[in-house]
Ligand binder design. Structure first.
Ligand SMILES: [Zn+2]
Length: 253
């Protein structure tokens, strides 16, 4: 039991380290800043962060959520993204064990977190994320090539109808980035799970959007990326059992 718990703690910590890199991507990609060479720095005073400021979650708490030098508030987004990415890595490992699937899904979930925050703020999914997920999908097909057909169908089954919707509504019904996202994610997770993702994403999106518009008169423009991403994550983690449960319920399984 103990080794398992230690393994999960290690995976959580590793996930939170990747999470702090996601924070860097989230802030720098929309500004077209270099995200590899430039050292992490305070957005306000430019103070370059030392290694003691870079320990995920703990540094933020130890500093009381403020910059060490100028005491500007550091967004709660930093520790939130770090903890979220760590927790999702643990859930993936619980579900898929130590496997190539887990590795691909960890990369996928991290990309989904970063692109969701960026899409929520800018209404755009940077193309780099879709290319990254496409690469994961190709690795998936290569490592599970006997099942290639279900991934190919996954690539098309949601994206083609969405593409038709995109042209029919002149891009107002759905964004081009969302169409590409559902294509590449479908290639990675297969047709059953991507269909489920779309269903979940639409339900979650409608509910949250109605609440947001009622509560804060939020703009009518709907960034779909975050909702689709949540749908994809739920489908990837629990979709198989959800589908089996539904089939049993309807007497088909
Ligand atoms: Zn500062």
């Amino acid at each position: 039991m103990l080794p398992i718990i230690l393994l999960y703690i290690f995976i959580f910590f590793f996930g939170s380290v990747v999470g702090s890199f996601l924070n860097v991507l989230i802030y720098r990609i929309p500004k077209h800043e270099d995200f590899v060479v430039v050292r992490s720095h305070c957005m306000n005073c430019g103070y370059q962060l030392g290694w003691t400021d870079l320990i995920p979650i703990f540094s933020w708490i130890a500093l009381g959520g403020k910059c060490r030098k100028c005491k500007t508030r550091l967004s709660v987004q930093y520790p939130t993204i770090e903890a979220l990415n760590g927790a999702l890595y643990v859930l993936i490992t619980v579900r898929y064990g130590l496997s190539i699937e887990s590795l691909l899904y960890c990369f996928l979930f991290s990309a989904l977190i970063a692109l969701s925050v960026i899409d929520f703020r800018t209404y755009e999914i940077p193309i780099g994320f879709n290319i990254f997920i496409l690469t994961l999908g190709l690795v998936r097909v290569a490592t599970d090539y006997t099942d290639w057909l279900q991934y190919l169908i996954g690539f098309l089954v949601v994206s083609v109808p969405l593409l038709i919707l995109y042209y029919a509504t002149g891009g107002r019904g759905i964004g081009g980035g969302d169409v590409k996202l559902m294509a590449v994610c479908g290639l990675l997770i297969g047709w059953k799970l991507i269909l489920l993702s779309l269903g979940l994403g639409c339900i979650i999106g409608s509910i949250i959007h109605v609440i947001r518009m009622k509560a804060s008169k939020a703009d009518r423009v709907l960034a779909m990326g975050p909702y689709l991403s949540v749908g994809i994550m739920i489908a990837t983690l629990w979709g198989e059992s959800m589908i089996n449960w539904y089939l049993r319920l309807s007497g088909l399984g």
